[in-house]
Design a binder for this molecule. Structure first.
Ligand code: AHR
Length: 330
């Protein structure tokens, strides 16, 4: 039932967003081979950081795909700070790269710098995470997962898991980075689905910043402050893995005393799922590199691209994780 991770679909989703993003335009300012001076496309890429296994896999995918596609990559690690991403984008504009791609650490506050790129006629591609700019002409396309859908899948598993019980279900939630698209959307999708049944109660919800260390720290606090936790919903595997250490440290059995749902499906998470410590994982694929390079070549050439490119993903039960682990790429 589960599909190969790297399968993707192209989908033009929001009709209104098509106005600016999907339209054919003249070749970009760098004219496809500008900055490097050797006919190669130069891409400035601003990465969020190295906060999780997912992010490491995503960076590898982008770097390897750039090499394969013959794209010269100027890579910058923002260490989870928006100010560093803004500086990096400004520097890419000054260097007159052909195209800028970035994964915005948070959703808000990008209009000014995106306008600067637009004025310099350098096309921008959003990858992995969205921005909340109302002016969709500021970027050409957005390639990445549907995070609301991921949250819904987590909620749907929970509803199914407790369908035969009328008892209250106490949930604690480890949110991703505050203000980031995956944190906002995974929370919203999950909340929407579980709201249908009043027995589900989110007893505590706090950010763990998508890291293992913070996931552990916040789970330790939850275990002290919240009696009778039935379920942990962590917005990524790394926070879930940190929380497992906290749960075991408190003398409880993860997967039994507390059921755990996470998002990502990186190898370490899948191993914990196969071992019965995690109960269910919603996949979020980091292998965006090949599609990103393809889109970059098209926008630099002034070709039409869809306004939204959605990554196709699946979910994993414990049994499915055992089957998938031997060939898992990341
Ligand atoms: O934006 C994708 C999210 O960012 C991943 O789910 C998480 O692990 C990462 O840090």
């Amino acid at each position: 039932m589960f599909r190969k991770v790297s399968a993707f679909v192209l989908a033009g989703v929001v009709a209104t967003a098509m106005t600016g993003c999907g339209s054919t335009s003249a070749p970009a300012g760098g004219a496809g081979g500008g900055a490097a001076g050797d006919g190669k496309i130069t891409m400035g890429f601003s990465q969020v950081g190295a906060e999780s296994g997912w992010r490491t896999a995503n960076t590898k995918s982008v770097q390897e795909s750039a090499k394969t596609a013959g794209v010269e990559l100027k890579f910058s690690d923002a260490q989870q700070k928006q100010e560093n991403q803004i500086k990096a984008i400004r520097s890419f504009v000054q260097q007159k790269v052909d195209v800028i791609a970035f994964s915005p650490v948070v959703e808000s506050g990008w209009d000014t710098v995106l306008k600067e790129a637009q004025n310099a006629k350098i096309p921008v591609i959003l990858t992995d995470r969205a921005v909340d700019s109302t002016d969709t002409t500021l970027y050409k396309t957005f390639l990445g997962s549907d995070f609301v859908e991921e949250g819904k899948k987590a909620g749907q598993w929970l509803v199914e898991e407790y369908k035969d019980s009328a008892d209250p279900v106490n949930i604690v939630e480890l949110q991703g980075t505050t203000g980031s698209a995956p944190a906002n959307d995974r929370k919203a999708g999950f909340a929407e689905v579980i709201a249908a049944e009043p027995k589900f109660k989110i007893a505590a919800s706090q950010t763990g910043d998508f890291t293992r260390a913070k996931g552990k720290e916040v789970m330790e606090a939850f275990l002290k402050s919240t009696p009778d936790i039935d379920v942990l919903y962590a917005h990524n595997d790394d926070m879930g893995l940190g929380a497992i250490e906290a749960i075991e440290g408190a003398g409880k059995v993860p997967g039994k005393d507390i059921k755990i749902i996470t998002v990502d499906a990186v190898k370490d998470g899948m191993q914990a799922l196969a071992d019965g410590k995690i109960s269910f994982i919603v996949e979020c694929s980091p292998l965006l590199g090949p599609q990103l390079m393809d889109l970059a070549k098209k926008v630099v050439a002034g070709e039409q691209v869809p306004a939204r490119v959605v990554t196709e993903e699946t979910t994993f039960t414990q049994e499915q994780a055992k089957q998938a682990l031997p060939t898992r790429q990341y």
